[in-house]
Design a protein around this ligand. Sequence first.
Ligand SMILES: Nc1ncnc2c1ncn2[C@@H]1O[C@H](COP(=O)(O)OP(=O)(O)OP(=O)(O)O)[C@@H](O)[C@H]1O
Ligand SMILES: [Mg+2]
Length: 228
Amino acid sequence: MIHAEDAAVTYRNGVHGITGVTIDIDPGEFVFIVGSSGSGKSTFMKTLLKEVELSDGEIYVGGTDLRTIRHRELPYFRRKMGVVFQDFRLLPNKTVYENVAFAMRVTESAGRDIRRYVPAVLSMVGLAKKARAYPHQLSGGEQQRCSLARAIVNKPPLLLADEPTGNLDPDTAWEIMDLLEDINKTGTTVIIATHAKEIVDTMQQRVIALKNGRVIRDIQRGGYYDED
Ligand SMILES: Nc1ncnc2c1ncn2[C@@H]1O[C@H](COP(=O)(O)OP(=O)(O)OP(=O)(O)O)[C@@H](O)[C@H]1O
Ligand SMILES: [Mg+2]
């Protein structure tokens, strides 16, 4: 699903976001990207969406070479992926239902599929009763569940989540992680950048640790600080 080799990003001001990052992720994996603030987690996630350009190395996502993908293919490429951010990024003037339906509409899904599938996804994330609510009427956890629903409604092969629990209390954070695990069980590859040490330690999944933009650890199953 992901093949990154010697990937490097140097920002315009000369700061190195990531350096020499080599990571392979198979379809269906569940992966935590961990590391302290400024270690390069978000930079790596953004390179996977080509929101940030590589200055060296190569990255393939689902077989697509991000160095040579055409500019006009990028919106389609990004829409195929599910993306969840810490700050939710919901459309404020649309209801929960409309936010999720909108994600299907931009991929030109049939109206019949939208009417059938949006309610199913909303009940999967526990938001069936809030379908008519607007984002400002929701709690933080509910907003994040809505953004998850939006990210998975098109059944993406890959789901990227950057600090999806960053603004949430511990119980709600666990609900979101459980949902991400459920989504992974349906076959979606899930990559989560997070600081949530307790959750990473408990879930015992693959952990890739970054420090100063470099991979310092990559273990198949373990906790936040575990060594091989
Ligand atoms: N747009 C940018 N321009 C210049 N430097 C940047 C930019 N974005 C990030 N950086 C720098 O790149 C490095 C990696 O930042 P990044 O945001 O990837 O870290 P992070 O691991 O996601 O941190 P956090 O846990 O705080 O979200 C940092 O030194 C940061 O200051
Ligand atoms: Mg970050």
